[in-house]
Design a protein around this ligand. Sequence first.
Ligand SMILES: [Zn+2]
Length: 109
Amino acid sequence: MRCPICEKGILKKGKIKEYMHGVYLGEFPAEICSSCRESFMDSKTTKRVEEAAKVKGIWGLSAVTKITKTGNSLAVRIPKKIADYLKWKEGESAFIHPQDQSLVIEARP
Ligand SMILES: [Zn+2]
């Protein structure tokens, strides 16, 4: 089958390493494009990836949050489930820096 993304490559059966939020979930079967390397999983495999993410406790950790104003600065609310996963507590220090057009927040040891 021809790749629906680049329309140049051919899809071949293979395995891909799946990560979510930087956590390795395992290898899963997929159809991989010989040209652009785009991969496609069937719905059954997608469900298995979801289950693996749930087992690792990282399923549902993405969230939309509001940027609010505090004094002259802006504040980003970190949802409880993400704070709990990271074991971040109120009053701890964090190191922040921009990366491309994103903000990276790292716990300071
Ligand atoms: Zn392709």
